[in-house]
Design a binder for this molecule. Structure first.
Ligand code: ATP
Ligand code: MG
Length: 138
């Protein structure tokens, strides 16, 4: 059944000029880009987005990284979108990512790992609403 998920092309990938190549990978895999925009977020806005990780030792570094330059938040749609995107992204640490995955191709490190993807239905709903208003998704 058709499902929506939320993704971000992270600042490292935007800086390196990988935006179009990553979008091409997503479309080739059957994802429809329902909404997308280019924005820069503040450290406080990154903290709000990654609040589930607030107790982790890398939280400060992660939010600093995510607010270090423009990002492309987007809403993607396809059958089984949430699980399929996680698979296409590859492991959090690109050193462990499978051949052919986006992180294997474009990520530089466990932190600067090119792309975000929601991990469940409830987080997808929160994350879509964090970045997009309802009228942008009509
Ligand atoms: P994302 O939520 O961005 O899709 P993920 O679900 O694969 O990635 P999480 O465990 O949710 O991984 O971690 C969120 C993000 O925090 C990672 O994508 C990465 O940018 C950063 N991160 C995770 N683990 C580490 C770590 N050990 N050191 C530094 N940064 C980390
Ligand atoms: Mg995650």
């Amino acid at each position: 059944m058709s499902q929506r998920t939320f993704s971000i092309i992270k600042p490292d990938a935007v800086r390196k000029g990988y935006t179009a190549a990553i979008l091409a990978e997503l479309e080739k895999a059957g994802f429809k880009i329902v909404a997308i925009k280019r924005i820069s977020i503040s450290n406080a806005q990154a903290e709000g987005f990654y609040h589930v990780h607030s107790a982790r030792p890398f939280f400060g570094s992660l939010t600093q990284f995510m607010s270090s330059g423009p990002i492309f938040p987007m809403v993607l749609e396809k059958d089984n979108a949430i699980a399929d995107l996680r698979k296409l992204m590859g492991a959090t640490n690109p050193a462990n990512a499978e051949e052919g995955t986006i992180r294997k191709k474009f990520a530089g490190s466990i932190e600067e790992n090119a792309i975000h993807g929601s991990d469940a239905e409830d987080t997808a709903a929160f994350e879509i609403g964090y970045f997009f208003a309802g009228l942008e998704l009509a």
